[in-house]
Write a protein that binds this ligand. Structure first.
Ligand SMILES: [Zn+2]
Ligand SMILES: [Zn+2]
Ligand SMILES: [Zn+2]
Ligand SMILES: [Zn+2]
Ligand SMILES: [Zn+2]
Length: 333
């Protein structure tokens, strides 16, 4: 069965140096100044294994000599005030200075780790929903939530989803994946319904395609229905990506390529979504691409990366040719 899964990137944990206490001025011993390279004859500063003339031991921010307590960050020294006011990483939630481990979202916002699971995060962009992002935020009944920045483009009606489907279908046609949007029935459903439809799916499921085909005794198609279920309320870019993925399943279904291995079929659906996202461009599209590229799932992530590598090496035409083969397997590439 088919489902769509994006493992969202999220959070990278990085360590930074913590402020250290002052070094003291001492006299006597002869040393070489680490800043100017000249011999030190009088008093000097010692930080770690480095020595400096007092005039050479300067703040990386303002350039003035440092005479007392200071902060070392990434091997550079700062007056404490200069560090706190101009250099220190500030938490986007509480504005406090960040030391040690912290969370970093895709957009470059840093957060104290203590805010995780306490402050709401947007289910699309993963930003913590704070400050101006609270205005206009959306919380759906099934728990899906969008920040105030993502919610204005939320697709909440079948009518607007159909319009997007037509747009996506024309992009796909240009890539050689022709499907007739007129043969597809779109449904916007909540997460609960989506999980029911796609039992194999995970919490990341955003869409599901169901085919029904009735053949007569001669094997001719008598009746065929294609239903595409989409998570209601997704932002436009996510909806476009999900539509491209599901329409590629429809194309695979109509071509009878259902025997292929999952890594190839799902990887190709994600690759088709990637192609469409690249066409529409913009920060949100780049973000969705990044989540696919970082997805560690063996089918949706690894499958996508291998299909992408294959298409980049051999061309889109070769990828399509491969995809049209009934029993094509990614493992044989
Ligand atoms: Zn799929
Ligand atoms: Zn010096
Ligand atoms: Zn300074
Ligand atoms: Zn904080
Ligand atoms: Zn958001």
């Amino acid at each position: 069965m088919v489902d769509l899964k994006y493992v969202v990137i999220l959070i990278i944990i990085v360590s930074i140096a913590t402020p250290v206490s002052a070094s003291s001025i001492r006299t006597g011993v002869e040393r070489i100044c680490d800043a100017c390279g000249q011999k030190i004859t009088g008093s000097y500063f010692e930080t770690g294994s480095n020595f400096y003339h007092p005039r050479c031991f300067t703040c990386e921010h303002c350039g003035d000599p440092i005479k007392g307590p200071h902060t070392v960050y990434q091997h550079k020294s700062y007056h404490n005030e200069c560090f706190e006011d101009h250099v220190a990483l500030r938490c986007a939630v509480c504005q406090g200075i960040i030391q040690g481990e912290y969370l970093l979202d895709y957009w470059g916002n840093a957060y104290h780790t203590s805010h995780k699971d306490v402050v709401l995060q947007c289910d699309f962009c993963q930003r913590f929903i704070i400050g101006s992002l609270i205005d206009g935020m959306k919380r759906y009944g099934d728990g899906y939530r969008l920040c105030g920045r993502c919610s204005p483009s939320a697709v909440t009606s079948v009518k607007s989803a159909n319009k997007l489907m037509t747009e996506v279908a024309s992009y796909l046609e240009n890539f050689g994946l022709k499907v007739d949007p007129g043969s597809i029935r779109l449904h916007l459903v909540d997460l609960r319904k989506l999980k029911e439809l796609s039992p194999e799916g995970t919490h990341d499921t955003k869409g599901f395609t169901d085919y029904f085909v009735k053949k007569n005794v001669f094997g001719r198609v008598k009746d065929q229905t294609i239903d595409v279920y989409l998570l209601a309320g997704m932002p436009r870019t996510q909806m476009i990506s999900t539509l491209a993925h599901e329409l590629t399943h429809v194309w695979q279904f109509e071509g009878g390529q259902l025997e292929q291995d999952k890594a190839l079929s799902e990887g190709s659906c994600n690759f088709a979504a990637y192609l469409v996202l690249r066409k529409i461009g913009g920060a949100e599209a780049e973000y969705v691409i990044e989540t696919m590229l970082r997805d560690d799932d063996p089918i949706y992530g690894e499958g996508f990366r291998r299909v992408k590598a294959y298409a980049e090496k051999n061309g889109l035409a070769s990828w399509l040719k491969l995809l049209k083969k009934r029993n094509a397997r990614l493992s044989r590439l």
